[in-house]
Design a protein around this ligand. Structure first.
Ligand code: AMP
Ligand code: MG
Length: 504
């Protein structure tokens, strides 16, 4: 029988001093643990076979009952700007990193158990995660990955009959997630606040050494400050990540700087949502009363978070003792000014592709904006519209299925004649365009109501079959899946009553 002891465990993060983390072990469930779901695709990344998911030792490890030999479990320290306010100490309050597993082809993966009990950073929390939020993260991280967007991955969900107390009594669960690193912007901010500048340098060196090896090329090191190059790379990855979120209609919901990955991954899934009836100011997080993290605010918030990171990096951006702090500020600012144009370029490129356009033309931005305005006025579903746009026929005066998505049909007709003219300008071929568009416009996203149905079945009947279905289609969201047509349709009316808010 497989034992997780046989995996090649290391923990490079633990080789840093304990300024950066606290050693802590998971707290097992009180009642019997079981595997609720296992992700063979993620398992493969660390050389784990799907059939090993039945191994009792693996279940024990993934439910915090036993530690694999060679692991060195810890909770990471970080701070962060939450809703614009600095919180000097956060840290993994309910996530424990078991260690890293290395794989020849895919590199090194940190394995974290989220919901595995108290840590020194738990503050008022209980260190646990409820089943419903675990299912949401499990499904959505796989959906985001399959949409081609970088994210932490979900390896497995374990559960038990243990109760967790929230507004009501709920079932607890543990998510095992994996990423090359879970280091956040806030991991740097905590040391800036404490005036521990050497730790900032150590952490930046660690990140470059282990995760940005391209910054170690001798040419780069000679010409430029490696910490500035690090900041620039993070800026670029963040701009790209958020442009991708916007293009698929993903709202993260809690873009606090402690929820921003230094690797540019989507991390910490909580009250996220996908835009359905198009509304640029969509707020998915029920507790976000001011709309700070509304869908259309995300690009701007990305820049705010980068400014938090820049501030934390200032002490190491000064190249020598003689450098004035002003020079470091100027260098950081120079990089930050590149963010918006870069974001716009990334977003425009993605949206052009969503419209099926190959060449870039000056009128594209207006064409897109006119469509988005019409969608907003007519409350047209974002995902359904773009998927159906692939069926647009340039030689038809009325594309009925598309047209019927709009109440203002004349408005759509006017737009569609401009679209047809624009397609003609690049001699676009309808059937080739459809093939291209279906590779970028997903048919399936994780709609809140779909997750909700899966959650209710799991909570009420311990029936995880709906998770199976969603997992399968969301792993291939560009496929047609004719047998699951209803999963691609409009949300039912009751979906508008679903409310999701911060940590649960
Ligand atoms: P989140 O909004 O989930 O990113 O969490 C923000 C902070 O609160 C992080 O430091 C979490 O570790 C911590 N936290 C959230 N929920 C809990 C919990 N149930 N127990 C302990 N800490 C928690
Ligand atoms: Mg968080």
């Amino acid at each position: 029988m497989f034992s997780p002891d046989t995996l090649p465990w290391t923990n490079s993060f633990a080789s840093l001093s304990d300024d950066f983390y606290s050693r802590v072990t998971p707290t097992p469930y009180k009642t019997d643990a079981r595997m609720l779901h296992f992700n063979p695709a993620a398992a493969e990344l660390i050389g784990l076979q799907a059939e090993n998911s039945n191994s009792p030792d693996l279940v024990k490890m993934l439910s915090g009952q036993s530690l694999p030999q060679g692991s060195d479990p810890l909770a990471m320290l970080y701070a962060g700007h939450q809703f614009g306010h600095f919180v000097p100490q956060l840290g993994d309050g309910r996530a424990i990193m078991l260690g890293e597993v290395s794989h020849e082809q895919t590199g090194k993966w940190e394995l974290q158990l989220k919901g595995s009990g108290l840590t020194p950073y738990s503050r008022d929390g209980d260190g646990r995660a409820v089943l419903r939020s675990t299912i949401r993260e499990y499904l959505c991280s796989e959906a985001i990955h399959s949409l081609g967007i970088r994210t932490t991955r979900a390896l497995a969900m374990t559960g038990s009959d243990d109760e967790v107390y929230r507004e009501r009594i709920e079932t607890g669960a543990i998510l095992t997630r994996m990423a090359p690193s879970h280091i956040r912007f806030g991991s740097f901010e905590v040391f800036f606040y404490r005036n521990q500048f050497e730790q900032i340098r150590t952490l930046a060196d660690y990140v470059i050494e282990h995760h940005f090896t391209e910054l170690k090329q001798p040419e780069l090191q000679q010409q430029a400050n490696p910490y500035l190059a690090l900041f620039e790379t993070v800026m670029r990855r963040t701009a790209r990540l958020i442009a991708q979120w916007q293009s698929v209609g993903f709202a993260h919901g809690v873009m606090n700087s402690d929820n921003m990955s230094i690797l540019g991954l989507t991390i910490d899934y909580g009250p996220f949502g996908f835009v359905e009836a198009y509304q640029p100011g969509y707020i998915c997080n029920h507790s976000d009363h001011s709309g700070r993290y509304a869908f259309d605010q995300q690009p701007e918030i990305g820049l705010f978070n980068l400014s938090c990171l820049a501030q934390a990096l200032l002490p190491v951006l000064m190249e020598s003792e003689d450098d004035s702090p002003d020079k470091a500020v100027e260098m950081a600012k120079d990089i930050m000014t590149q963010y918006q144009p870069l974001y716009i370029k990334e977003y425009a490129g993605l949206m052009r592709a969503k419209l099926g356009l190959v060449e870039a033309m000056p009128e594209d931005q207006t064409l897109l904006q006119e469509l988005l305005d019409l969608m907003q006025q007519n409350q047209v579903d974002y995902t359904i519209l773009f998927r159906k746009l692939g069926d647009f026929r340039s030689d038809e005066t009325q594309n009925h299925e598309l047209r019927d998505l709009f109440l203002d049909r004349e408005g759509f007709d006017q737009w569609s004649s401009r679209y047809a003219a624009r397609l003609a300008k690049e001699n676009s071929n309808d059937s080739e365009r459809k093939v291209r568009m279906n590779k970028i416009n997903p048919k399936f996203i994780l709609r809140n109501y779909l997750a909700e149905i899966a959650i209710r079945k799991a909570e009420d009947e311990k029936d995880y079959s709906e998770i199976d279905v969603l997992f399968k289609i969301l792993q291939q969201p560009f496929d047609e899946w004719p047998e699951f047509e209803s999963y691609a349709g409009h949300p039912p009316e009751w979906a508008s009553d679903i409310a999701v808010s911060c940590s649960s």
